[in-house]
Design a protein around this ligand. Structure first.
Ligand code: ADP
Ligand code: MG
Length: 417
């Protein structure tokens, strides 16, 4: 039975920590010990430890690569970064600068886009794909939409983006949409229901030359913008636009990224031409708000309120993890997914119908060691989760059922031998 994959990552010392003692002692690629300022020593073992000299590509290959490849085959997966502010969560997710071409520093997000487009372009000609990216932030227990994009990839390797946003069609960060509802769908799992979703049958469009114009929809204030693009690199540029918009939104709302959870949700929909079936898989990337304790930051007023809310949602995440761990023994135990927007949104990811990877990001410096220990304890606690069902395939078609039946008869054959 599959369990959650938990890893730790230590970033190099930063300029503020320059010359400070390093608090970790490496054992091997899975274990290490860490010493705090009171000279207490703690041992930890995870699925993999990425030390200061680790490369972004290795982190991607271990944590995200298998999840992305499975999502193309309709298996959901989630990757979460956890840790105090400045520990390297966003560096891991996005990279030093998402627009930077430096391949070494590319984070998980641009690599996910690359691999999704590569996988899709390498697929059979009879399959068309739709990749939907919803980028949302949870800030003060409200879910707000940063970007909602749909990429359509066709057998001829032509790709279109449908960007949904406000009337201008350019302003993808729609600040009015700051309270998106989270709903559960019988077969699609957790969905963001208030996010603009335009259903538009692009497959009937004739020529790519005619598509470069916005189409107004009469039933609401939304403009649908279609931009023909050719590859993952161009898709990434559009995605960067969304990320830049997120930064603008942050300034307007006076909320820093360290105080909000950022969630990138890719839905990959496979549409096999001439067979009336669609199957879908999700890849969810979660860049959590900083997990540091409130008293250390000397917060008051609004900042204190923000810190309390973050604390509440992260401890709700911890409680869900605990309940899942205990439910190994008591199956009927209530799992408090509904206690926060964050846990509600991650219900698919943690509840067992999906693969989950958690990366505990830490500073290697002695002055941050107590925060690092609490981050690592969170990871150790998560490691006890066992997925309640191993990989669950979203079955949407006769072919999926046939494939499953073939697998079952193959297993029966093995049993009889
Ligand atoms: P967080 O998102 O956890 O608050 P960041 O990812 O923004 O932290 O990292 C804080 C700083 O440390 C950034 O300047 C980032 O570029 C740098 N940094 C983080 N991790 C690494 C790493 N593995 N290698 C090099 N620099 C890093
Ligand atoms: Mg960050």
């Amino acid at each position: 039975m599959a369990s959650i994959c938990v890893c730790a990552r230590f970033r190099p010392l930063n300029s503020r920590e320059d010359g400070e003692a390093i608090c970790i002692t490496r054992s091997d690629s899975q274990s290490f010990s860490i010493k705090d300022e009171k000279d207490e020593q703690y041992m930890f073992s995870f699925d993999k430890v990425f030390y200061e000299d680790s490369e972004q590509a290795d982190v991607y290959e271990f944590l995200a690569g298998p999840i992305v490849r499975d999502a193309v085959n309709s298996i959901n997966g989630t990757i979460i970064t956890y840790g105090q502010t400045g520990a390297g969560k966003t560096f891991t997710m996005e990279g030093a600068n998402i627009l930077e071409a430096d391949n070494l520093k590319k984070g998980l997000l641009p690599r996910v886009v690359d691999e999704l487009f590569d996988a899709i372009n390498g697929c059979g000609e009879a399959t068309a794909y739709k990749i939907k990216l919803s980028m949302v932030e949870i800030y003060m227990e409200r879910v707000r939409l940063a970007t909602d994009l749909i990429f359509c990839v066709f057998p001829l390797q032509l790709c279109f983006i449908i960007a949904t946003g406000s009337v201008s069609g350019r302003d993808l960060f729609d600040l009015s949409k700051d309270n998106i509802q989270i709903k559960e769908h019988k077969s699609h799992g957790i969905l963001l229901s208030g996010a603009t979703e335009v259903s538009f049958n692009i497959f009937h469009m004739e020529s790519s030359n005619q598509l470069h114009f916005p189409i107004s929809l009469t039933d609401n204030e939304t403009t649908l913008l279609q931009i023909p693009i050719l590859d993952g690199e161009e898709a990434l540029k559009v995605l960067c636009g969304g990320i830049a918009n997120r930064a603008v939104g942050e300034t307007q709302m006076n909320a820093g990224s360290s105080r909000s959870h950022c969630i990138y949700m890719f839905t990959i929909q496979k549409d096999v031409t001439n067979e009336k079936r669609v199957s879908s898989g999700k890849v969810v990337l979660v860049d959590l708000a900083g997990s540091e304790k409130v008293e250390k930051t000397g917060a008051e007023g609004k900042v204190l309120e923000e810190a309390k809310t973050i604390n509440k949602s992260l401890s709700a995440l911890g409680n869900v993890i605990s309940a899942l761990t205990s439910s190994q023994h008591a199956k009927s135990l209530h799992i408090p997914f509904r206690d926060s927007k964050l846990t509600r949104l991650l219900q698919d990811a943690l509840g067992g119908s999906s693969q989950t990877a958690l990366l505990c990001c830490c500073s290697p410096s002695l002055s941050n060691s107590s925060e690092s220990v609490s981050t690592l304890r969170f990871g150790a606690r998560a490691k006890h989760i066992k997925a309640s069902s191993s990989r669950v395939l979203n079955i949407n078609s006769k072919e999926d059922i046939d494939r499953k039946q073939q697998e079952i008869s193959a297993l029966n054959d093995v049993k009889q031998q």
